[in-house]
Design a protein around this ligand. Structure first.
Ligand SMILES: [Mg+2]
Ligand SMILES: [Zn+2]
Length: 190
Protein backbone atom coordinates (compact mmCIF):
# COMPACT_ATOMS: atom_id res chain seq x y z
CA UNK A 1 0.00 0.00 0.00
CA UNK A 2 1.02 3.61 -0.53
CA UNK A 3 1.27 6.44 1.96
CA UNK A 4 0.16 9.94 1.08
CA UNK A 5 0.16 13.56 2.02
CA UNK A 6 -3.12 15.38 1.44
CA UNK A 7 -2.70 19.13 1.15
CA UNK A 8 -5.46 21.65 1.40
CA UNK A 9 -4.69 24.25 -1.28
CA UNK A 10 -5.72 27.79 -0.34
CA UNK A 11 -3.96 29.08 2.77
CA UNK A 12 -1.53 26.15 2.83
CA UNK A 13 0.19 25.98 -0.56
CA UNK A 14 -0.81 29.43 -1.80
CA UNK A 15 -2.18 32.65 -0.34
CA UNK A 16 -5.92 32.35 0.34
CA UNK A 17 -7.67 35.02 -1.73
CA UNK A 18 -11.19 33.72 -0.98
CA UNK A 19 -11.94 32.73 -4.56
CA UNK A 20 -9.30 32.02 -7.16
CA UNK A 21 -10.85 32.02 -10.62
CA UNK A 22 -7.71 32.63 -12.67
CA UNK A 23 -4.26 31.02 -12.51
CA UNK A 24 -2.73 34.50 -12.44
CA UNK A 25 -4.34 34.99 -9.02
CA UNK A 26 -2.34 32.09 -7.57
CA UNK A 27 0.54 33.19 -5.34
CA UNK A 28 2.39 30.15 -4.04
CA UNK A 29 4.12 30.38 -0.69
CA UNK A 30 7.84 30.54 -1.39
CA UNK A 31 8.71 27.10 -0.01
CA UNK A 32 5.75 25.18 -1.47
CA UNK A 33 7.44 23.57 -4.50
CA UNK A 34 10.46 22.43 -2.45
CA UNK A 35 8.33 20.99 0.34
CA UNK A 36 6.18 19.02 -2.11
CA UNK A 37 9.33 17.69 -3.74
CA UNK A 38 10.75 16.83 -0.31
CA UNK A 39 7.64 14.79 0.62
CA UNK A 40 7.58 13.07 -2.74
CA UNK A 41 11.24 12.04 -2.51
CA UNK A 42 10.43 10.48 0.89
CA UNK A 43 8.01 8.19 -0.96
CA UNK A 44 4.66 9.83 -0.32
CA UNK A 45 1.96 10.22 -2.95
CA UNK A 46 0.90 13.86 -3.11
CA UNK A 47 -2.68 15.07 -3.39
CA UNK A 48 -4.48 18.39 -3.22
CA UNK A 49 -7.86 18.20 -1.50
CA UNK A 50 -9.77 21.43 -2.07
CA UNK A 51 -13.29 22.81 -1.67
CA UNK A 52 -13.95 25.02 -4.69
CA UNK A 53 -17.29 26.65 -4.00
CA UNK A 54 -16.55 29.29 -6.65
CA UNK A 55 -18.00 26.73 -9.07
CA UNK A 56 -21.18 26.34 -6.99
CA UNK A 57 -21.46 30.11 -6.74
CA UNK A 58 -21.35 30.47 -10.49
CA UNK A 59 -18.10 32.46 -10.42
CA UNK A 60 -16.42 30.05 -12.84
CA UNK A 61 -17.49 26.96 -14.77
CA UNK A 62 -16.04 23.60 -13.76
CA UNK A 63 -14.02 23.51 -17.01
CA UNK A 64 -12.21 26.65 -15.92
CA UNK A 65 -11.31 25.01 -12.62
CA UNK A 66 -9.88 22.02 -14.49
CA UNK A 67 -7.71 24.41 -16.52
CA UNK A 68 -6.53 26.11 -13.34
CA UNK A 69 -5.67 22.70 -11.86
CA UNK A 70 -3.49 21.83 -14.85
CA UNK A 71 -1.79 25.24 -14.78
CA UNK A 72 -1.28 24.91 -11.03
CA UNK A 73 0.59 21.63 -11.46
CA UNK A 74 2.81 23.25 -14.11
CA UNK A 75 3.51 26.22 -11.84
CA UNK A 76 4.87 23.81 -9.23
CA UNK A 77 7.03 21.68 -11.51
CA UNK A 78 8.42 24.76 -13.21
CA UNK A 79 9.95 25.76 -9.88
CA UNK A 80 10.97 22.26 -8.83
CA UNK A 81 10.70 19.32 -11.25
CA UNK A 82 10.05 16.93 -8.34
CA UNK A 83 7.05 18.94 -7.11
CA UNK A 84 4.62 16.56 -8.78
CA UNK A 85 1.00 16.30 -7.67
CA UNK A 86 -0.52 12.87 -8.23
CA UNK A 87 -4.04 14.24 -8.41
CA UNK A 88 -6.08 17.28 -7.44
CA UNK A 89 -9.41 16.38 -5.88
CA UNK A 90 -11.93 19.21 -5.69
CA UNK A 91 -15.47 19.67 -4.46
CA UNK A 92 -17.49 22.01 -6.69
CA UNK A 93 -20.60 21.78 -4.49
CA UNK A 94 -22.14 23.98 -1.82
CA UNK A 95 -25.31 23.46 0.22
CA UNK A 96 -26.49 26.98 -0.79
CA UNK A 97 -25.10 27.03 -4.35
CA UNK A 98 -26.40 29.57 -6.86
CA UNK A 99 -25.98 26.98 -9.60
CA UNK A 100 -28.65 24.34 -9.03
CA UNK A 101 -26.57 21.46 -10.34
CA UNK A 102 -24.07 21.94 -7.51
CA UNK A 103 -26.59 22.63 -4.72
CA UNK A 104 -26.28 19.44 -2.68
CA UNK A 105 -25.07 18.22 0.69
CA UNK A 106 -22.34 16.09 -0.84
CA UNK A 107 -19.87 13.70 0.74
CA UNK A 108 -16.86 15.45 -0.79
CA UNK A 109 -17.08 18.95 0.67
CA UNK A 110 -14.74 19.15 3.66
CA UNK A 111 -15.31 18.63 6.63
CA UNK A 112 -16.63 15.46 4.98
CA UNK A 113 -13.79 13.04 4.18
CA UNK A 114 -15.09 11.97 0.74
CA UNK A 115 -12.20 13.28 -1.36
CA UNK A 116 -9.58 11.63 0.85
CA UNK A 117 -11.50 8.35 0.80
CA UNK A 118 -11.76 8.53 -3.00
CA UNK A 119 -7.99 9.03 -3.28
CA UNK A 120 -7.32 6.13 -0.94
CA UNK A 121 -9.41 3.83 -3.15
CA UNK A 122 -7.98 5.07 -6.42
CA UNK A 123 -4.34 4.99 -5.30
CA UNK A 124 -4.39 2.20 -2.69
CA UNK A 125 -3.45 4.49 0.20
CA UNK A 126 -2.94 3.38 3.78
CA UNK A 127 -4.64 6.31 5.51
CA UNK A 128 -3.15 5.54 8.93
CA UNK A 129 0.29 6.23 7.52
CA UNK A 130 -0.86 9.38 5.75
CA UNK A 131 -1.24 13.05 6.68
CA UNK A 132 -3.86 15.73 6.00
CA UNK A 133 -2.58 19.30 6.20
CA UNK A 134 -4.94 22.26 6.32
CA UNK A 135 -5.44 25.74 7.70
CA UNK A 136 -9.08 25.30 8.74
CA UNK A 137 -10.72 22.97 11.22
CA UNK A 138 -12.78 21.57 8.34
CA UNK A 139 -9.51 20.19 6.91
CA UNK A 140 -8.58 18.67 10.26
CA UNK A 141 -12.04 17.14 10.64
CA UNK A 142 -11.91 15.59 7.17
CA UNK A 143 -8.43 14.16 7.79
CA UNK A 144 -9.41 12.81 11.18
CA UNK A 145 -12.61 11.17 9.88
CA UNK A 146 -10.58 9.54 7.12
CA UNK A 147 -8.14 8.11 9.68
CA UNK A 148 -5.14 10.26 8.73
CA UNK A 149 -2.73 12.05 10.99
CA UNK A 150 -3.66 15.73 10.94
CA UNK A 151 -1.52 18.85 10.75
CA UNK A 152 -2.97 22.31 11.36
CA UNK A 153 -1.04 24.90 9.40
CA UNK A 154 -1.35 28.35 10.96
CA UNK A 155 -1.29 30.33 7.76
CA UNK A 156 -4.46 31.05 5.79
CA UNK A 157 -7.83 31.17 7.50
CA UNK A 158 -7.21 29.19 10.66
CA UNK A 159 -8.87 31.83 12.83
CA UNK A 160 -12.04 32.22 10.74
CA UNK A 161 -15.41 30.85 11.71
CA UNK A 162 -16.26 27.36 10.41
CA UNK A 163 -17.33 27.01 6.80
CA UNK A 164 -20.98 26.33 5.97
CA UNK A 165 -21.66 22.61 6.15
CA UNK A 166 -24.42 20.16 6.98
CA UNK A 167 -21.92 18.63 9.42
CA UNK A 168 -21.65 20.06 12.94
CA UNK A 169 -18.20 21.29 13.95
CA UNK A 170 -16.62 19.24 16.70
CA UNK A 171 -15.07 21.91 18.92
CA UNK A 172 -13.12 19.34 20.92
CA UNK A 173 -11.20 17.96 17.95
CA UNK A 174 -7.46 18.63 18.13
CA UNK A 175 -4.97 18.22 15.30
CA UNK A 176 -2.04 15.86 15.85
CA UNK A 177 0.49 18.56 14.94
CA UNK A 178 0.65 22.34 14.62
CA UNK A 179 2.93 24.15 12.21
CA UNK A 180 3.37 27.87 11.55
CA UNK A 181 3.97 27.40 7.85
CA UNK A 182 4.53 24.64 5.37
CA UNK A 183 8.34 24.66 5.76
CA UNK A 184 7.96 23.18 9.24
CA UNK A 185 6.67 19.96 7.68
CA UNK A 186 10.29 18.89 7.50
CA UNK A 187 10.28 18.54 11.30
CA UNK A 188 7.26 16.19 11.27
CA UNK A 189 7.61 14.19 8.10
CA UNK A 190 11.01 12.56 7.84
MG1 LIG B 1 -7.55 26.45 3.23
ZN1 LIG C 1 -18.82 17.98 -3.09
Amino acid sequence: MNKAIFFDRDGVLNIDKDFITDINDVVLYEKTPDIIAYCRILGFKIFIITNQAAVARGMMPEDKLLQINEAYKKLLTKQNPDAIIDKIYYCPHHPNANVEKYRINCECRKPHPGMILAASKEFNINLNKSYMIGDRMSDITAGSLAGCKTIHCLTGKHTEKPIISDMKTDESLKPDFLINNISELREIIK
